[in-house]
Every structure is written in C-alpha cells, then in structure tokens.
Design a protein around this ligand. Structure first.
Ligand code: HEC
Length: 389
C-alpha cells in the first residue's frame, strides 16, 4: 500500500512537473521568439512603440505591440508570468525527494563511485543546489558581469566542474539530475529574486511617476538571457535517465558537458537566426558536439567476452546469477520498471534489454546494489551472444 501511494505520488508530481515546465518554457520560448520577430522598422512612425507583430493562430488574427519603455497609463489588467516557473521548481523538488532521496540507495548512491550514507548524499545534493545559486548570483553581481561573454564562459566552465565533482560522489543518474536541479534552481531563482522584483520596480516607478532604475532592467535582461541558454541543457538532463549510455558511462561528466554545450549552441543559433550577421556555422558545431558524444558512448566490447563466446552458455548457468542479483527487485512481488525475471520465457523475451542494462551500460543492478561481479556480467554477455539452448 505504501509503495503504491509512493508510486502514484510520483506519477502525479512527474505529470505536474511536466505540465508546469511546458507552460514555463513554452511562454519563455514564445516571448523570445516575439522579441526576435518584432517588426521594428514599420513601428517607428508611432511614438513610444518599439515594434509590432501580426500573427494568425487557432483561427484568429492577433496584433501585438511592444513599448519602448512603458505605456503612459498602466492598463488595469497586466499579465505576469511567474507561477509556471515557481510550480515547475516546487514539483521538481518534490520529485527529487520522491525518486532520489527516498530511494537514495538505488538512484543516488553508487558504492563503486563513493560509499556514502543516505543522509550524507541528501545533504550533498541539497547543499549543491543552494551553493550553485549563491556562486552564480555573486558572479552576476561581480565585475565579470560587465563582459557578458566572459561571464557566460565562466558559468559554462563552472557547470562542467559541477558535473565532474558530482560524478565523484553520486552514481551517474544522481549526478546528472543534480546538475539539472542546480540549473533549474538557478533559473527559477533568477525569476524569483531578480526578474520579477525588477519588473515590480518598473511598474512601481510608473505608478510613482519616477524614472525606473535602468540597472535593474539590465540585470533582469541578463538573467533572462541566461535562462534562455540553459533551457535546452536542462531539458536534456530531465530525460537523461532513459539513457544509461550517457549517465552510466565512465566519462559521464564529459558526455554531459558535450551535450549541454550542444544545447546552448543550438539555442544560440535560434536566437540569432533572424539577424543579418547570423552565424550558420553554429549549427554544425552543435551537431559535431552531439556526434562526439555519440562516438564517446559507443559500447566497448568487453575484453574477455570473445573468448567466452567460443563456449555456448546455457540458460541454467545464468539463472543463479539472476536469482542472486536481480530477483529482489524483479520478481512477482516487486517487478521494478515492469520487469519480471523469474520465468525463463520472460528472461528470453527481455534478453536484449537485460544485455543493455547489465553489459552495455552497467545501469543494473542500480548502484550495483546486489554486488554483481564482472565475471557474472561477462557470463550474461556470453549467454546473450551465444546461447546453448
Ligand atoms: C535494487 C533493485 C534492483 C535490482 C537489484 C535490479 N534492478 Fe533492474 N530495475 C530496477 C528499477 C527500479 C528499474 C526501473 C528503472 C526506471 O524506471 O528507470 C529497473 C529496470 C530494469 C530494466 C529495464 C530497463 C529498461 O528500460 O530497459 C531491466 C532490463 C533491468 N532492470 C534488469 C535488471 C537485471 C538483469 C538485474 C540483475 C542483474 C537487475 N535489473 C537488478 C531495480 C533493480
């Protein structure tokens, strides 16, 4: 019963997280697109207008204008975009607790990486999120921020360092999700602590008939830009748990760095696509980074496997291994991930997935919880390639 409730809470929060995340990033993509597509030349003949845009959607025509600063009189209803961001973070944190902190031994900790206890792992995880924000925020307020490109480079290097550092304390999956959570926390904190308060300042300035603080406007824009470039990397990390070839790889942090860089590069291309000085070469660079990650994650043949495959292996030989190393989680009573391994027919039917999980990626057993040996993995490999029966 408790497990079932846990399962449904996870379902609910994952669903909510996805919905609010789509709403947040969707709005953010839309406004970014809007900003880039505004017709600025045609709008010049109306005072105070920075640009306008026509669009057709859902069977209706829309006309939109952007003010250079603000309208003379504030409208009665002014729409803000912030709850999507806050709820994405809140549901994400709940999910982090449900999936990773309550199951730390399976998903977060890998004794082959670092044999730490659950409380230590959870503390490292939470501290990572807070410290990442503080470091990032201080950087944005420091002198470096006067050179946006330098600041971006420093943030990029720090993210790679974070990936590397986390890969030394957590299992691959836990390391990846914490890089993603740190980025997500930074993005939401940008909205909560900088972008929204600065927008309030703008609105208040209008109400009080004073000039808005230009510095605040600039700071808000910088944070928005960062959020924009961080979307693609963070979205990859959210789906990365489906791809053990990335997170369970020996060089998982390098692979993550390559994919994050590719995401930021592709985002950059779409940001400047409409400009006359657009740089088309950015797309192939992004693609090249992905190809590099693809090549790096190419599965190696296990060294001794070829010798073993000379000898066919019977199902009866791997059966004790499955019983000893897998059944606790993959039998009738606890069929994790919907995988049941007590029947021979099921094992044969799932042989490719078992091989993927045990031989190609080492993602099973999670964190090698049941202490599977290298010889046992090779035996499964040999059976898969050369079954005797
Ligand atoms: C400590 C519990 C545990 C042990 C032990 C364990 N697994 Fe798993 N396994 C899981 C969980 C949890 C999932 C679901 C993962 C998910 O949803 O991301 C899973 C998923 C899988 C999958 C599906 C992955 C996919 O999407 O293709 C396979 C195959 C698998 N396990 C095989 C094995 C084999 C083979 C062993 C023994 C060598 C094993 N597991 C040992 C917990 C375990």
């Amino acid at each position: 019963m408790v497990a079932h409730i846990h399962d449904w809470l996870e379902l609910l929060f994952r669903w909510l997280h996805l919905i609010t995340g789509v709403a947040w990033i969707g709005a953010s993509f839309y406004f970014n697109w809007l900003e880039n597509q505004l017709d600025r030349a045609a709008a010049r003949n109306r005072e105070g207008i920075a640009g306008h845009l026509w669009a057709v959607h859902g069977g209706g025509f829309y006309y939109l204008e952007k003010y250079q600063v603000a309208p003379e009189k504030l409208p009665e209803t002014l729409h803000w975009f912030k709850w999507e961001a806050y709820f994405t973070w809140i549901t994400g944190m709940v999910l982090l607790v449900l999936v990773y902190y309550l199951n730390a031994q399976s998903y977060l900790i890998d004794p082959r990486v670092a044999d730490i206890s659950t409380p230590v792992a959870v503390a490292i995880g939470l501290i990572t999120l807070v410290v990442s924000w503080i470091v990032y925020d201080q950087l944005c307020k420091s002198a470096i921020a006067r050179q946006p490109m330098l600041l971006a480079a420093v943030i990029g290097v720090l993210l790679v360092l974070l990936s590397w550092g986390l890969s030394l304390v957590f299992g691959g999956r836990g390391a990846f999700i914490h890089v993603g959570s740190a980025i997500g926390t930074i993005m939401v904190a940008n909205v909560f602590f900088v972008i929204i308060p600065n927008q309030h300042d703008l609105v208040n300035a209008m109400k009080e008939n004073r000039l808005p603080d230009g510095e605040k406007g600039k700071a808000g824009l910088l944070r928005s830009r960062h959020n924009n470039y961080l979307t693609l990397p963070v979205l990859f990390i959210m789906i990365s748990n489906h791809y053990p070839s990335t997170y369970a790889h020996e060089w998982n942090w390098v692979i993550l760095a390559l994919i994050m860089a590719a995401g930021a590069a592709i985002r950059h291309y779409f940001n400047i696509r409409h400009l006359p000085q657009r740089k088309v070469w950015i797309l192939p660079v992004g693609a090249a980074l992905m190809v590099l990650a693809f090549l790096l994650t190419m599965p190696e043949q296990r060294e001794r496997a070829d010798e073993i495959t000379q000898e066919p292996v019977a199902y009866a030989e791997i059966r004790p291994v499955l019983e000893q190393r897998c059944m606790v989680c993959h039998a009738e009573t606890a069929a994790q991930g919907g995988i049941r391994l007590e029947d021979e027919a099921d094992v044969r039917r799932l042989s490719a997935r078992i091989h993927d999980a045990v031989v190609r990626s080492d993602s099973m057993p999670p964190g090698n919880a049941t202490g599977m040996t290298e010889e046992e993995r090779e035996l499964i490999d040999a059976w898969y390639r050369n079954p005797a029966d």
